[in-house]
Design a protein. Structure first.
Lengths: 338, 315
């Protein structure tokens, strides 16, 4: 336990802000590389989508002023960064006067809720199974089953989602095939039916994520456990005649699990990307669904806003893990980064 | 190391060397079942893409046919009670496209995107990893920072923005775009290996005997990195194929090119799941799953080579 060294803190903060800045800049540049001017294209898209665009010339001028597209490119860029800081992503095209921020805020609780539940279950399950793979007292049957389960690790979550959706929702009919709760049947709020419905609808998406990611933790844990098993203090514990189950938890898992927490930071991006695809398959009303719907509607402000928001979310989570890590594991020498 | 192996070696010069297991050429860590099975699976899928077009009329992947719509694979019947025929052994989709022809064309395309991206990612990784690990200083700091930042960005998000703006993307462009996010992990792996090796005896020896920096980097160190390079290539390819499949299934794949992910997108948007047209989405999905399992096995096999500790415990 101790203070976070200033060098480490500064470096992590630098990485955080550079990540945000780099992705914001990419999202600024990309649409401007496309041929044509974005506002005319947007209004054209709105007309195609059947929106009310009678006075399109006025709209184009108004928007150009609104987005500052009449200004020079560097000026636009500064203004754009300023808007991002206040999470102002502009307006949706397909649902015109709705701000992008509002659409994101509506979808966000679903995504974060699903992510946290899936992540916690995955982490506990994966690390436990990984520890069992190395522990000498594990029954043989479990030793044989776990590697089979690991095969799922290599499969992208979207493929697992398709299988689960088909077999458990369409063939067996055990689970619903879309939405986050039974719309029209339960009243959103803190009542038992609603919570039950949310859990029921969230089971398949969560299962898809858990199934494909627990093996990653199990493999990492296995590696750490093998290292820990060779340590002298394990020999001593064995020589003292401690119970194997006690040793497993107090001596082995507790030491092996800490480096696993850094793996959080590395996998989070992949995890969030995977979840976006899972939400799309299950039509779960989170960010993934928003992104997919707006790819279909060609609603670029919403796509860009959602993508940027998810990047910020990932970067924040990574920063958080990096900053709490020195408190969790005092063994790591932070100054090692020469 | 303990001195015992040296002693054994001097004893063994008396007895015939046949008895020494290590000199059996089959006794190398490269021949482990995981690596071999994985390579076998990937080779099979690639062979299908290479030999397939010679044996099967792949034009059927694009020819629309009104009479042969939604035929099931052989041995199954569809909802209308029609049985599968040998003309379309894996069935057909909504448009009457032949599924077998689709996967013969689609699987190599999906692979190609991953492999091009992974090769570029690895080359960049080798260059930056060696520069960082060998030269050190501010160059190393900069490379490390850039790779940390790139690693933090969920690549799929940027790719979604990019592909949704440019709707006419070809295969190569898509591979290049994905490669832009494929280099950091390779760079970090190679850099850390180079850092360890830089201090090892044979590198010191080469330096003492006046070898140039270039020679030390590429003639002394690179051959010892082979298993790491191969592993980082495979994990790079896995990540790149994953990104490609993600984009394709969202309908953001290359235009006018048949890919496995694109086929799943077509099936999903045409309600093939609720319509119980399992072969339409299921065949590309299973094939992709098999490909990913193959890549995982290769990776695990390579892990065993690079990390002898795992080798012992896996037995």
């Amino acid at each position: 336990m101790g203070k976070i060294p200033r060098r480490y803190l500064l470096r992590r903060l630098l990485i955080f802000f550079l990540t945000i800045w780099a992705s914001a800049t990419l999202i600024f540049i990309i649409p401007r590389l496309a041929p044509g001017d974005p506002v005319s294209a947007m209004v054209g898209d709105m007309q195609n989508a059947g929106s009310d665009t009678e006075n399109s010339a006025a709209i184009i001028d108004g928007w150009k002023a609104r987005f500052g597209l009449d200004a020079s490119l560097p000026e636009q860029y500064i203004r754009y960064l300023g808007n991002l800081v206040t999470f102002d992503f502009g307006y949706s095209i397909s649902n015109f006067p709705t701000p992008v921020g509002e659409i994101i805020v509506r979808a966000l609780p679903w995504t974060i809720g699903l992510l946290i539940v899936a992540l916690v279950i995955t982490f506990l399950l994966g690390n436990f199974l990984g520890a069992l793979m190395v522990w000498s007292k594990t029954p043989r049957l479990i030793r044989l089953i776990i590697p089979l389960g690991l095969v799922f690790t290599s499969i992208p979550s979207i493929l697992a989602a398709l299988f689960l959706l088909y077999f458990l929702a369409y063939v067996l009919g055990w689970f619903p095939d879309a939405n986050a709760y039974a719309i029209g049947q339960v009243v959103p709020g803190l009542n038992l039916e609603f919570v039950g419905s949310v859990i029921y609808h969230g089971t398949l998406p969560a299962l898809a994520i858990i199934l494909v990611s627990f093996g990653y933790w199990a493999l990492g844990m296995r590696g750490m456990m093998i290292t820990v098993e060779g340590e002298d203090y394990i020999q001593l514990a064995r020589a003292k005649g401690l119970k194997p189950a006690y040793m497993l938890y107090r001596y082995m898992i507790r030491n092996a699990i800490l480096p696993q927490i850094t793996a959080f930071a590395i996998t989070l991006g992949t995890l969030i990307s995977g979840q976006v695809l899972v939400e799309y398959v299950f039509q779960y009303p989170g960010m993934g669904r928003v992104i997919y719907d707006n790819i279909l509607a060609r609603d670029f402000p919403v796509i860009q806003g959602s993508a940027f928001f998810l990047i910020v979310m990932t970067a924040l989570a990574v920063l958080f893990v990096d900053l709490i890590y020195p408190y969790i594991d005092p063994r790591i020498s932070i100054g090692r980064e020469e | 190391m303990e001195p015992t192996p040296v002693l054994n070696a001097s004893v063994n010069t008396v007895t015939p060397s046949k008895t020494m297991g290590r000199f059996n050429i089959w006794d190398t860590p490269w021949f482990n079942w995981r690596l071999m099975t994985g390579l076998g699976i990937i080779t099979l899928v690639l062979l299908m893409g290479i030999v397939g077009p010679l044996l099967w009329n792949t034009d059927m992947a694009r020819e629309r046919s009104l009479t042969a719509r939604l035929l099931p694979p052989i041995g199954f019947t569809n909802i209308r009670g029609v049985e599968g025929t040998w003309e379309h052994p894996l069935g057909t989709n909504n448009f009457g496209h032949d599924m077998l022809a689709i996967i013969i064309i689609g699987a190599p395309n999906t692979f190609l995107i991953g492999f091009i991206a992974a090769i570029i990612g690895m080359l960049v990784g080798i260059i930056l990893g060696f520069m960082g690990g060998f030269l050190g200083g501010w160059i190393d700091n900069f490379i490390l920072l850039a790779s940390d930042v790139t690693l933090t960005i969920p690549a799929l998000m940027v790719l979604i923005v990019l592909n949704s703006v440019f709707d006419r993307i070809d295969l190569l462009t898509m591979a290049l775009i994905i490669a832009a996010f494929a280099w950091p992990r390779a760079t970090r792996q190679i850099r850390s290996q180079v850092l360890t090796m830089r201090e090892s005896g044979y590198v010191q020896m080469a330096r003492l005997s006046g070898a140039s920096t270039f020679d030390i980097m590429f003639r002394e160190m690179l051959p010892n990195l082979m298993s790491y390079l191969f592993a980082s290539f495979i994990s790079g390819a896995t990540g790149a194929i994953l990104a490609a499949v993600g984009l394709e299934t969202l309908g953001l794949g290359p235009q006018g090119v048949i890919t496995l992910g694109g086929t799943i997108y077509d099936a999903y948007t045409n309600l093939a799941l609720s319509g119980h047209l399992w072969w339409w989405w299921g065949i590309p999905t299973i094939l992709l799953a098999v490909m990913f399992i193959g890549l995982l096995l290769i990776n695990l096999g390579l892990d065993e080579i690079a990390n002898p500790r795992l080798r012992r415990s896996s037995k």
